[in-house]
Design a protein around this ligand. Sequence first.
Ligand SMILES: Nc1ncnc2c1ncn2[C@@H]1O[C@H](COP(=O)(O)OP(=O)(O)O)[C@@H](O)[C@H]1O
Ligand SMILES: O=P(O)(O)OC[C@H](O)CO
Length: 497
Amino acid sequence: MAKYIMAFDQGTTSSRAIIFDHSGKIVASQNQEFKQIYPKPGWVEHDPMEIWGTQIGVAKGVIEKAGINPKDIAAIGITNQRETTVVWDKNTGKPIYNAIVWQCRRTAPICDELKNKGFDKKIREKTGLVVDAYFSGTKIKWILDNVEGAREKAEKGELLFGNIDTWLIWNLTRGKVHVTDYSNASRTMIFNIHELKWDKEILAELNIPEQMLPEVKPSSYVYGYTDKSIFGVEIPIAGDAGDQQAALFGQACFKPGMAKNTYGTGCFMLMNTGEKAVPSNTGLLSTIAWGIDGKVEYALEGSIFIAGAAIQWLRDELRIIDNSPQSEEYAMKVEDTNGVYVVPAFVGLGAPYWDMYARGTIVGLTRGAKREHIIRATLESIAYQTRDVLEAMQEDSGIKLQALKVDGGTSANNFLMQFQSDILGVPVDRPQVIETTALGASYLAGLAVGFWNSREEIEKNWNVDKHFEPAMDNEKREKLYKGWKKAVERAMKWAEE
Ligand SMILES: Nc1ncnc2c1ncn2[C@@H]1O[C@H](COP(=O)(O)OP(=O)(O)O)[C@@H](O)[C@H]1O
Ligand SMILES: O=P(O)(O)OC[C@H](O)CO
């Protein structure tokens, strides 16, 4: 029997492939960063061919690194940066435009129009989402409206749309399979999460031909097989989920009320709400967690656009650190931020504010402000944004969280995790495997092919690495948080005409 599952974790800044064994342990991992394209302020693109190239490169690399035979891989699970939109020509397989990344703000005016018409309420009801440039729907419309000849071709059925999962599966099967799963579909703003169908009324409003959309399938399902020319054998592609939902699965948050927070490029807190889509009154999203075992389960989500990306900004743009882990070292050199707050609203603010026109702000600077303070304030901003979201989630769900499960690259930062626990007043638990996104995709794939038999079996694989207890007194916690709220006010609506 095959001994491994391979996960493709196609993230915002890097493509990663990980091989897991039956106990959920990492056998080998490889990743590669790729180019971020910023054609204008607030615009973000990726080259879909580079995404495919880096993803397949790391997949081949990790098989070699692990020293295994591709025949020993029972299945592949795909997980992806969500909402990012690719439109390609069905006949040539070539994208007609760069991928428009989830962070891209170019479609804010289309969203404003939808809101002015009052169509946003309908979208909220049907899709569980807030109207925002974040989601795929307006990105597809932008491509069809702005790329020469695109609309005509789409109407003739010559163009296909996909999020990154769909794009990868289409390429892995050499154009044979055009699918997505429920969790990814629920991020497009054109999918009805109650009826589990592409929504004809929204499609008409955005003028998107339905024939360009992928078929929507469960998240644990054999969608097709990799073409033999790729790995020398046909491997079943058996798991597909958006990266944040995959992380919820990888953290074994299988019961309603269980939540996790993933600190990657952005930061996404999801709470399982079971077979019920819980509507939010506080600016969270109701979204599909996964489709498995013949049913769909839902989650409440707080989406924070910038988390680890702010650390990359310290490294690549401000150039005040050489690498991400160094942020911890500098933050620990000072006792506090000296009154400095950084609001990393580089691409607007997501939950719970939903302000497409907010922009990054540093406040509270005095003559004594040093780089250590700015670095520390940047890390702290991630924890404050998480508190904003946690408060909203507790209000919507009526559940008081006892502990927060964390994961993702940025959760490796112990200073941040301790500050997170302090500012929430809630313990934080980091598991041994923080690559839960890839792990979740592997579990979904493994369950589809009988590599694992049940979620109970999977639950046993979860082990804690480090537990953080709140150690800040309440008065200080609330004073600091009040300062954050004031700083956020300064950042809001900055880029509005
Ligand atoms: N020790 C650290 N301290 C702070 N940030 C870190 C640390 N290690 C990694 N990161 C950040 O983690 C992010 C990468 O996490 P990852 O989960 O791989 O993200 P993604 O899937 O979004 O590409 C990067 O933004 C990087 O700056
Ligand atoms: O690339 P990540 O891991 O920050 O995830 C991006 C999200 O899927 C965007 O919704």
